[in-house]
Design a binder for this molecule. Structure first.
Ligand code: ADE
Length: 241
């Protein structure tokens, strides 16, 4: 499906200065993590965005074009970047990579969560004026491929529904328990906006997460540990290209 607007050279938040953005992009929240991914895994790296320090890079992985860009935190932030990537720069596969808080007892720190769907407490979906509740889902094509890659690598994974919450520090102490009872695997803060934009734009999106903290046991990883654990998830995402 074509975007709402014709391709353009720059947008309010992305100014590639002539550098191409690949059809497949990895989307970590932290722009410095985007830089780390590009420098660690890509060849022929070019920076395509420095606006607001939301760094984006294009390169190749095993000879195939790929981009990576930070999205910031929360649905409003990932939504504006993913909207511009889809509608102005023709990006077709958007793969969020990030951390999440586990919400089920059978989960452990460093497990990988692959989002099949993203429930949300955000009002972002209201703009589509649907006559009911719409379920933001990831791309089955990307999901099935990611699960297969993870299994081949012997990676422990959980596939299911995540919660894209607007609240990192929520006021209602019962809220998370209610989501847990509905089988939500993990909390993060962006995927519902990404999946909605992808569906509305007719492109594919996926979310892959490493468990960085546990909302049931209160276990937490250290920043150093997260760096290593992150690697397994990134490598699954890169194998998708
Ligand atoms: N990302 C990592 N841990 C999280 C949590 N507990 N809640 C929301 N997003 C997260």
């Amino acid at each position: 499906m074509k975007g709402l607007y014709p391709p353009t050279s720059s947008t309010p938040h992305i100014d590639p200065k002539g550098v191409d953005i690949a059809e497949t992009i990895l989307l970590p929240g932290d722009p410095l993590r985007a830089k780390f991914i590009a420098e660690t895994y890509f060849d022929d790296i070019r920076c395509f965005n420095e606006v607001r320090n939301m760094l984006g890079f294009t390169g190749t992985y095993r000879g195939r074009p790929v981009s990576v860009m930070g999205t910031g935190m929360g649905i409003p932030s990932i939504s504006l970047y993913s909207y511009e990537l889809i509608h102005f720069f023709g990006v077709k596969n958007l793969i969020r990579v990030g951390s999440c808080g586990a919400m089920q007892e059978n989960m452990e720190l460093y497990d990988v969560v692959i989002a099949q769907g993203a429930s949300t407490d955000s009002n972002y979906l209201n703009q589509f004026n649907l006559p009911g509740s719409w379920a933001p889902l990831s791309s089955y094509r990307l999901l099935e491929h990611a699960k297969r890659i993870a299994d081949e690598r012997g990676q422990r994974t959980h596939v299911g529904n995540v919660l894209s919450s607007d609240l990192f520090y929520g006021a209602d102490p019962d809220a998370m328990g209610k989501w847990m009872k509905m089988g939500i695997l993990a909390a993060e803060m962006e995927s519902a906006g990404l999946f909605a934009n992808a569906a509305a734009g007719g492109v594919d999106a996926l979310g892959i997460f490493t468990v960085s903290d546990h909302l049931v046991t209160n276990a937490k990883t250290t920043p150093e540990e997260r760096q290593t654990a992150f690697t397994g998830m990134i490598e699954i995402a890169l194998e998708l290209i």
